[in-house]
Design a protein around this ligand. Structure first.
Ligand code: PGA
Length: 249
């Protein structure tokens, strides 16, 4: 049985002060089912959130990490720095990082490998096709290729520790959600690709989230699909009531 996992992605929103207000409203979360929950916030807010959620089951995640442990990389944050704060998750390869910060599959692969080798922070690896790719009917092969490149050199005993987030770029922040069938079908394709790269025990246990305009009004129809094990939620994770509504779908 895969335990569903719903993570918020705050992107570049909130301040330490407003993150604390959210945490106060959110930390009494009473989930109506067995579920894992986390908030992935900007670096400056992480320590405050770890502190605010310390007596709860709510996890905290970063949104990026550099693949070197230290060095002359102005503006970057390393894994030892995140470990010191005590975060549980780190988003890797979000489409906004791939698009605006030129993050390649090679860099994404290095970051995922580093996190898995260390083992203390779970990577949430984002994949997904653009509208152009979907309109050309090439979405499955595009995402399969991302999976292949992003998992290169990762062994079967570690691969299952990755959380995969399927986020079609055309559905992110656009209000345009993939239909439950479109989302489930790609999550199934990803699971089959993982089976081909590894084996059935990895593919059946790996958590695959859907992301892209998930909100309280559509979370149930998406999250009850067979191959979708949770969600990565942007805009609707910024308000505690909306995020609770998604979690208690
Ligand atoms: P959205 O973002 O829910 O605002 O569409 C999802 C994401 O980018 O992770």
């Amino acid at each position: 049985m895969r335990v569903p996992f719903i993570a918020g992605n705050w992107k570049m929103f909130k301040t330490i002060a407003s993150a604390k207000v959210f945490a106060d409203e959110f930390k009494d979360l009473k989930a109506n089912k067995e579920i894992k929950v986390a908030i992935c916030a900007p670096y400056t807010q992480l320590a405050a959130l770890v502190e605010a959620f310390k007596d709860t089951e709510i996890g905290v995640g970063a949104q990026n990490v550099h693949y070197e442990a230290e060095g002359a990389f102005t503006g970057e944050i390393s894994l030892p720095m995140l470990k010191e704060i005590g975060v549980d998750y780190c988003i890797i390869g979000h489409s906004e990082r791939r698009e605006y910060f030129n993050e390649t599959d090679e860099a994404v692969n290095k970051k995922v490998k580093m996190l898995l080798e260390d083992g203390s922070i779970t990577p949430i690896l984002c994949v997904g096709e653009s509208l152009e790719v979907r309109e050309a009917g090439e979405e499955a092969s595009f995402v399969e290729e991302q999976i292949e490149k992003d998992f290169a050199g990762i062994s079967a005993d570690k691969a299952g520790n990755v959380v995969i987030a399927y986020e079609p770029v055309w559905a992110i922040g656009t209000g345009k959600t993939a239909t439950p069938d479109q989302a489930d079908s790609m999550c199934k394709t990803i699971r089959e690709k993982i089976k081909a790269l590894y084996d059935e025990s990895v593919s059946e246990s790996i958590i695959i989230q859907y992301g892209g305009s998930v909100k309280p009004a559509n979370s149930k129809e998406i999250l009850t699909m067979g191959d979708i094990d949770g969600a990565l939620v942007g805009g609707a994770s910024l308000k505690s009531e909306d995020f609770k509504g998604i979690i208690n779908f």
